[in-house]
Design a protein around this ligand. Sequence first.
Ligand code: ADP
Ligand code: NI
Length: 217
Amino acid sequence: MEFEAITKRISDDMRARFANEGSGHDWMHIERVWNNALAIATAEGADIHLVSLGALLHDIADHKFYNNDLTEGPRQAFEAIIKHGGDAVLAHKVSDIVGQVSYKGAGVPTPVHSLEAAVVQDADRLDAIGAIGIARAFAYGGSKGRLLYDPSSAPVSHADFQSYATDKGPTINHFYQKLLLLKDRMNTATARRMAVERHAFMETFLTQFSREWHLSK
Ligand code: ADP
Ligand code: NI
């Protein structure tokens, strides 16, 4: 089957499945990552077809919703490509990208093995920072019943994936455990440039949050 037809079937399927997801992993997150991934891929000369399918399927089975199982996403991405008319070679390549996207803790390296995986990882991380990243972090924290902030709970620099994935700290800690670290962990020069303004906005937000917190005490 043609790439365009597979892409259309997969985007329709993902749009329907994630239309009303309430933790910041909804279809519009996928669509933003898809659009940014295509823009970065064009600037960086990556394979557009692989980046497109990798971005569309990167959150098909996020570990956070599968008992922190990191194999479920790549497995379901493989199945989706086959189900929608792709062959095993394509399914394997896309599944491989999906398996390289996730952040796993401040102290855990997340190396990428291809330019296409680098681009999808960067696009996903861009949507975790800036104004949208702030909104998503609090949406996710709210969906898990987390406090906004707790001065008695210090951020942790997680050395392994299990401790990162089972962290129950307040959402402000997540900025120090992940979001503020992302700009220096971008793989491509294009994404690094796109991250600058978003990163600065998070710093402004945190400064203002702290000001208001202390003024209200
Ligand atoms: P990843 O797979 O790298 O975790 P996602 O694209 O799945 O990235 O997005 C995770 C989203 O959920 C981000 O916006 C992130 O800020 C949010 N998130 C994840 N863990 C937490 C947490 N402990 N507290 C607040 N937000 C979180
Ligand atoms: Ni994502």
